[in-house]
Design a protein around this ligand. Structure first.
Ligand code: UDP
Ligand code: MG
Length: 317
């Protein structure tokens, strides 16, 4: 019998986690012919999520991995994939925003020969307007300047076969941006649309600022275009300055010295100074990325787990 692992990252989800397991189970109990197993990743929750997970994991079809602290959803997903053993693995949010009703269809997709069945939200009704506007801009930008294609609305709710899971695990970068990673590894993907639903209970962990930082990480992780833009702007300004220099020299030779021009000089200095600082900032973003990657710190650390053979990230490094 084929095994399906359901990987569920949870961070302070005490209000919703029992409901998630109950609702999800209603669907998975109807799926015949597959051994379905839940793997909850407690991402260092500060509330009693872990206690609730321990209670859930009294059932033979569920296990948990609990981090030593909060590492972020990306680390939780990576750990889930690393500790999964199934022929198929699906990533699911714990707030029921990813409808379990799609699971049978997703399994079917893999059985049809696809490596992955991914979902995207057909609508964004559950999100605030401003967030939707910025999200749409982000996807336009990132798809234009990076070497991967990230479909707008595609979340992390996807089922992958073992081949693709191993490929995703092989991308062992510390600063992970899964949307880009899924697209970078390629493989045959079947897309399923679903209607956006509100979180069943509890609160979103994403503030606007956190999303903004995440967006910058997404761009710098899969594109070096900002560096190139800095070079192009720098070259353009140097060229203009050189032309202006010739003009000033000729003018002085022909018309003699004159003093006015204070305002234009100050404006130019400020403008060029601004461009230099901006370029340094862009460069800094990439240097910071290199710095974090060369340290090669583990992506997650397990505090406790119900798995007998749990895998730490550093074991294979
Ligand atoms: N999550 C996590 N670690 C974090 C933040 C979030 O594991 O540091 C989990 C969270 O418990 C949930 C999923 O990631 O299962 C999605 O989070 P959330 O619902 O807050 O994001 P949104 O749906 O608003 O994008
Ligand atoms: Mg959510």
């Amino acid at each position: 019998m084929k095994k399906v692992d359901i990987v569920v990252p949870c961070y302070n989800e005490s209000e919703v986690i029992d409901m998630f397991y109950r609702e999800c189970k209603k669907v998975t109990d109807t799926i015949r012919g597959y051994d379905i197993h839940y793997l909850f990743i407690d991402d260092g929750s500060a509330d009693d999520t872990l206690e609730k997970l321990k209670a859930i994991c009294e059932n033979p079809d569920a296990d948990y991995v609990s981090f030593s602290r909060n590492f972020g959803k990306e680390s939780a997903m990576y750990s889930g994939l690393k500790n999964s053993t199934g022929d198929m693995v699906v990533l699911m949010d714990s707030d029921l925003q990813h409808p379990p009703a799609l699971l049978p269809q997703m399994i079917e997709g893999i059985e049809e020969g696809y490596d992955c069945t991914a979902t995207y939200r057909a609508t964004r009704d559950g999100d605030p307007v401003l967030r939707t506007v910025f999200t749409n801009r982000f996807y336009k930008l990132v798809n234009k300047i990076s070497d991967v294609n990230m479909p707008n609305g595609a979340g992390d709710f996807r089922m992958m076969n073992r081949k693709m899971v191993n490929a995703v695990l092989a991308m062992s970068e510390v600063q992970r941006f899964s949307k880009g990673i899924f697209s970078w590894v390629g493989f045959k993907t079947k897309w399923i649309a679903f209607e956006d639903v509100e979180r069943a209970a509890g609160q979103t962990k994403w503030s606007f600022w956190k999303l903004f930082i995440y967006a910058i990480d997404g761009i710098t992780a899969f594109s070096t275009a900002p560096l190139r833009i800095a070079s192009v702007v720098g070259s353009f300004i140097s060229l203009s300055a050189f032309v202006y220099l010739i003009y000033v020299v000729l003018k002085t030779l022909i018309c003699g010295k004159d003093f006015p021009g204070f305002a234009s000089v100050v404006t130019l200095i400020l403008f060029i100074g601004g461009v230099i600082i901006l370029s340094c900032g862009i460069l800094g973003e990439y240097v910071a990325k290199i710095y974090m990657e060369v340290k090669n710190r583990p992506i997650y650390l397990i505090g406790e787990t119900s798995l007998e053979n749990s895998k730490e990230d550093y074991e294979s490094k």
